[in-house]
Design a binder for this molecule. Structure first.
Ligand code: ADP
Ligand code: ASP
Ligand code: MG
Length: 457
């Protein structure tokens, strides 16, 4: 018997396909081809078909106008019916799909009377429940040994509906118990975005959360690679929708990519890289429309660490400025401000201070991209302490790079390019990987284009 220890681990790929990659029958077939081309792809997590979660959110908010509600329901059924019609054996899944349509119709009527976060999560989870029936059937019709799996049996979360916190230890335990045995003979097709709390309620991880789901599952099964398939061939130097000059990045470090995701590069949900970093799982981002174009590898160590790497933009910022003369040479003021914010469960994103004032932006993670608001009760409490000014119509620009804060002259280079703009709340130096500031929403895209031209082209 050989005493040489085996060090090779079998490759195990978790692949995630976003909404546009499963938007219709053709998109699903393209994505299914990517799955079957690589025999190491054993777990596939998918989003709802493009546009479906938005429709479900609108229904969950409560549409009392019956005609309007009906229009939403019709649009939703049409999207899925069109895929169903193109299957070779639609009857294999049609009963399950129609049962989900019925659930959606009754939950939407219920939401029109009284909406609730719990009902919302139950309702919006139907997008992923539907898309997985169809995608799995497409794989089966391509002769793949695919099996549809309910991720809620594994994705254990707490009970914060709409922004549930996953519980990695339990997820690992449940995955080893229920998911791993399936991989011996199957490709598992399952849902991103959704989970279940300990009482059996359906929860969701927040908008765009399928990326995070896939990373959590990759961590739980000790995957060797996580693939994020989307509508662009990788991470770019900035959102290619903002400027055509944006260039794809071949390789980027976990730290830089995390900053990009955090600062609004929609391509990855902000939490995606947390499990990948914990388990050191390399992440590949590519386009399901053009897989041959390659994509971006996100890894712990990379060959190049350029001073300026990328620009990210996040709209709908809420800037709160708190001013009090009592703050001057006093202690405890900031502690009191943060106590009040914490009492109202308000999470702060960026912060700068002067002698008599503090400016901060409100965390936007739970607003689905909308501008966060400061609850009236919190404003009233803060007003007893200081003057409160709230401004909106602002965007956050983030420059991501390496060693920026300890590289001489880089600030001059950056700000010199932006003479024509009014910059607010500049945050620089806390992280070696980013510099960020606010600008008026109307200037945001030209600020990105100008900076991109000066620093990245
Ligand atoms: P999916 O539905 O596949 O999850 P998303 O729409 O959430 O896809 O994310 C992909 C989009 O992210 C792209 O179409 C692109 O417009 C946007 N995006 C923002 N920043 C970047 C960036 N730096 N690189 C590439 N894409 C980006
Ligand atoms: N379907 C969900 C959403 O649209 C989750 C996701 O696509 O990542 O937010
Ligand atoms: Mg996404």
């Amino acid at each position: 018997m050989s005493m040489i220890p085996t060090t090779t681990t079998n490759p195990l790929i978790v692949a995630k396909f976003g909404g546009t990659s499963v938007a219709d029958y053709a998109a699903m077939c393209r994505s299914a081809n990517i799955v079957i081309t690589n025999p190491h792809t054993k777990i596939v997590l998918i989003s709802a078909c493009s546009g479906v979660t938005n429709l479900l959110v609108a229904l969950a908010n409560g549409i009392s106008d019956i005609t309007l509600r009906q229009q939403h329901l019709q649009q939703l059924t049409d999207t899925h019916q069109q895929i169903l019609n193109q299957l070779q054996h639609p009857h294999t899944v049609s009963d399950a799909i129609y049962a989900l349509f019925d659930d959606i119709t009754s939950a939407s009527a219920q939401a029109a009377i009284a909406s609730s976060p719990q009902l919302t999560d139950k309702l919006v989870s139907h997008g992923e429940l539907l898309s997985t029936y169809l995608f799995n059937q497409i794989l089966v019709e391509m002769n793949a040994a695919a099996i549809r799996f309910d991720i809620r049996d594994v994705m254990r979360t707490d009970t914060q509906f709409g922004k549930a916190i996953p519980q990695p230890d339990l997820i690992r335990q449940l995955a080893q118990q229920h998911l791993l045995p399936q991989l011996v003979s199957h490709i598992v097709v399952s849902q991103g975005f959704i989970g279940r709390d300990s009482q059996g309620n359906t929860t969701t991880l927040g908008r765009g959360g399928s990326d995070y789901s896939a990373a959590l599952i990759a961590e739980a099964v000790d995957a060797t690679t996580l693939e994020i398939w989307t509508d662009v061939p990788g991470m770019y130097t900035t959102d290619p929708r903002i400027t055509a000059a944006a260039k794809p990045i071949k390789e980027i470090s976990f730290s830089e990519a995390s900053e990009m995701a955090n600062f609004g590069a929609k391509i990855l949900h902000p939490s995606t890289l947390v499990p990948a970093v914990r388990q050191q799982i390399p992440v590949f981002v590519g386009s399901s429309i053009a897989p041959q174009q390659g994509g971006t590898w996100i890894r712990k160590t990379v060959e190049q660490a350029p001073l300026f790497r990328a620009l990210a933009l996040r709209g709908n910022q809420t800037l709160v400025t708190l001013t009090s003369l009592n703050m001057f040479q006093a202690y405890g003021f900031l502690a009191e401000v943060f106590r009040i914010l914490a009492e109202h469960k308000i999470s702060v994103d960026l912060i700068t201070t002067s002698e008599v004032s503090v400016s901060l932006t409100l965390d936007q993670t739970d607003t689905g991209g909308g501008a966060p608001t400061l609850p009236l009760a919190a404003v009233e409490q803060l007003n007893q302490l200081c003057r409160v000014d709230i401004e909106q119509g602002l965007s956050l620009v983030a420059l991501i790079g390496n060693h920026m804060s300890d590289s001489k002259g880089s600030a001059k280079h950056i700000f010199g390019a932006l003479d024509a703009y009014n910059l607010r709340l500049i945050c620089y130096g806390a992280s070696p990987h980013n510099l960020c500031f606010l600008v008026n929403e109307a200037d945001a895209k030209s600020v990105i284009t100008t900076l991109h031209q000066q620093l990245l082209e």
